[in-house]
Design a protein around this ligand. Structure first.
Ligand code: ADP
Ligand code: MG
Length: 253
């Protein structure tokens, strides 16, 4: 097995009386695609918000490459190489695709550099933005205004913006949400391509897609992890079937 890239220890997020994430201890390994599944309200998005620094834990810790990152801001975590996409699309609608990715690429520069950008540095950033557009399959849409594109393309662009930060670990929150079959297939192929040189934590509702792309699966219910294992192990797990899956979803094809 590859080394652990990120781990959580008793990670907890409480909102009033609700423990959205309830003492979760998990390990994620380098170069694996580890999917987190579970019914609505299970705490999946909250878990990603904790990892990305959008939300501070109530208790517990997060280690990334051996370093405790639990108290770091989202900005600092992004600079360490952790990129995230949002369940709801989070692009700048009036900007072009390239401009959206430029914003992503620039966010990786140290703050002081924003004032002293030399031409070479700008070329660097532009190249990085163009590379990320190519990676997410939108190189022919450089100058298209984001709002004018299809919903599926907007979700692709959001992945492009994240890639422009050159992350090593990708946190993807329901990247297929709201997509038609053809668009979803395109994004599944994109995720499979990204798997080659990224570690991915994927939240996804579409079970068939998850079973195809995931190396490991964790099932969350009511803020708690109820099972972690390979796709075959999770499909066979009786407790998981009872707690979460309809038979037709988990059954063999
Ligand atoms: N900012 C918040 N304030 C209060 N409750 C929240 C907040 N965010 C999420 N929750 C609650 O935490 C639980 C888990 O939500 P969420 O992480 O969005 O689940 P999932 O992504 O698995 O559908 C839900 O009961 C939700 O209502
Ligand atoms: Mg969610």
């Amino acid at each position: 097995m590859t080394p652990v890239i990120l781990s959580t220890q008793d990670l907890t997020a409480q909102f009033g009386a609700i423990s959205a994430v309830d003492f979760v201890s998990l390990e994620f390994r380098q170069q694996q695609l580890h999917a987190i599944i579970g019914p609505n309200g299970a705490g999946k998005t909250t878990f990603i918000n904790l990892l990305s620094g959008e939300l501070m834990p109530t208790t517990g810790t997060i280690h990334y490459l051996g370093k405790d990152i639990s108290q770091l801001s989202a900005d600092k975590i992004s600079r360490l190489g952790i990129g995230r996409s949002f369940q709801k699309t989070n692009i700048f609608p009036t900007f072009s695709c390239l401009q959206n990715c430029l914003l992503g690429a620039q966010s990786r520069l140290p703050h002081s550099m924003h004032f002293f950008q030399r031409a070479s540095r700008l070329t660097d950033v532009t190249e990085r933005a163009q590379r990320s557009l190519a990676l997410c399959g939108l190189s022919d849409r450089e100058n298209s205004i984001a709002a004018m594109m299809s919903y599926g393309e907007q979700r692709q662009l959001e992945i492009g913006m994240m890639l422009a930060t050159e992350p090593q670990l990708l946190l993807l929150d329901e990247p297929l949400a709201g997509m038609g079959t053809i668009e979803a297939q395109r994004v599944i192929e994109l995720i499979q391509a990204l798997k080659q040189d990224h570690t991915i934590i994927l939240i996804e509702h579409d079970m068939q897609a998850v079973f195809v792309v995931a190396d490991r699966l964790t099932v969350m219910v009511n803020g708690k992890v109820i099972a972690t294992g390979t796709v075959a192990e999770i499909r066979a797990n009786k407790m998981v079937q009872e707690a979460f899956f309809a038979d037709e979803v988990i059954g063999d094809d």
